[in-house]
Design a protein around this ligand. Structure first.
Ligand SMILES: [Zn+2]
Length: 430
């Protein structure tokens, strides 16, 4: 599929609106409007908005996002008004005892697992999942009916509530906590993804934590062993945290029920200052990906996963999301600024990597900017971006159209351009 025709003026207007929003947070929730000749002229001749970008951590308000208590209230409300369509369960507790909830909707044969906020400073996914649950739980539209008939959707919004409440990347768990849970780790070197210093403007020295998006293992029955520590980014993780265990248990339950978890989507944020590869004045709204691990057939120790692993299917799912966003780019140019996330990563300790090795079509969304760089500035726009991509993917899955999509379209999605931010950035991804 080729990208929809868009006038240069519309693109420039989008950049101009972005620039205005940067200067005036009160307008952050306004979508990009139609072409304004004055803005086009100004943007075409003035300083590019993109030059002002910074990844320097700042203390910014986040109260417009849904916090843990509000999430509990809203899930309960959705369950209630859906009249039994949405079923909310507590699937576990965080290390600090906060509830982790799943919300399940639909009775179809295709299992779809959606998670958000594994990094607590990456919050738009949670709001997008709530929007999705409201729709599938209450709409009587043919689209919602088809989703419910063909899919079983399980969403785990804010799967890392301790990190979310602290508005930071890592969870709230010490190495001593881990050893207390797994006494066999006494004397082992702490995990490589255990934070005790400064990261993204957060001081972990008094309140350490783990990047739990390196805590997964494709061996779904793995138990921590001292010999496997400290590990590296290219290694599998350990299910040390109660948060990843809760998600793993849901995944295993779905496998038992459906044979395979057809699709797994994990919702993230990336650096604030990436630009399109062909236009340094257009920020990347979202990067997407279906590739997180090296080919298991060529990876020692991972050969057993080669039969299940299906990169082409993950590519098709990404194409479904991409097409849905491009289809809306005429009305809102920011939906057109979608790029492919770097494809050279090998992260088997991520949820995406581990579940892809178990045969799920895995999809990563990385919208622009974490809370320490953008706060809640583009909340509505980015939530809409995530929701549009997810919605297109689910419709394609429900109709079966996803099988007809061409993985080559994925390979042709423009790669993420450079970050034009300052060099002090400490953004860890995904
Ligand atoms: Zn992330």
């Amino acid at each position: 599929m080729s990208r929809p025709e868009r006038s240069k003026a519309a693109v420039v207007a989008g950049v101009a609106v972005l620039s205005l929003v940067t200067a005036a947070p009160a307008t952050a929730q306004q979508p990009a409007q139609s072409t304004q000749p004055a803005q086009s002229t100004q943007s075409a001749t003035g300083a590019p908005a993109a030059q002002k970008c910074s990844d320097e951590p700042r203390d910014l308000p986040v109260h417009e996002f849904t916090d843990h208590r509000e999430l509990g209230d809203e899930l309960q409300r959705i369950e209630s008004v859906s009249g039994g369509v949405v079923d909310v369960d507590e699937i576990g507790r965080s290390n600090r005892g906060r509830e982790i909830w799943s919300a399940r909707a639909g009775s179809g044969p295709t299992a779809v697992l959606l998670t958000s906020e594994i990094h607590g400073n990456e919050k738009t996914g949670t709001d997008a999942l709530l929007r999705l649950l409201r729709f599938v739980g209450t709409s009587d539209s043919p689209k919602a009916e088809r989703w419910r008939d063909e899919l079983t959707i399980v969403a785990i919004p804010k799967m890392n509530p301790d990190a979310a409440e602290l508005d930071r990347r890592g969870n709230d768990m010490t190495w001593d906590d881990a050893v207390q849970r797994y006494p066999q780790l006494a004397g082992a070197e702490p995990a490589w993804n255990y934070y005790t210093g400064e990261l993204q403007g957060d001081d972990y020295s008094q309140r350490p934590g783990f990047d739990i998006n390196r805590d997964y293992n494709p061996d779904l029955s793995y138990e921590p062993q001292a010999a496997d520590f400290p590990g590296t980014s290219a290694d599998t993780g350990w299910y040390l945290s109660p948060e990843t265990r809760a998600v793993r248990d849901v995944y295993v339950g779905l496998e038992e029920e459906f044979g395979t978890v057809d699709t797994y989507v994990d919702l993230h944020h990336q650096g604030a200052c990436y630009v399109m590869p062909d236009d340094p004045d257009r920020f990347v709204t979202m990067s997407i990906s279906g590739k997180f691990v090296d080919d298991p057939a060529q990876t020692p120790g991972h050969e057993e996963y080669a039969d299940e692993y299906d990169l082409d299917y993950a590519k098709k799912l990404n194409v479904a999301a991409y097409n849905a966003l491009q289809a809306k780019a005429n009305n809102n140019p920011l939906f057109g600024n979608i790029t492919l996330y770097p494809q050279d990563i090998n992260l088997p300790g991520t949820g995406l990597g581990s579940f892809a090795l178990n045969g799920s079509g895995a999809v990563l969304f990385e919208v622009r900017g974490q809370t320490q760089t953008l706060g809640q500035k583009y909340r509505e726009q980015l939530v809409r971006t995530v929701h549009t991509g997810l919605s297109g993917m689910l419709s394609s899955l429900a109709s079966g159209q996803v099988d007809n999509l061409d993985p080559a379209v994925y390979d042709a999605i423009p790669p993420r351009g450079p970050s034009i931010g300052d060099t002090a950035r400490t953004v860890a991804e995904p």
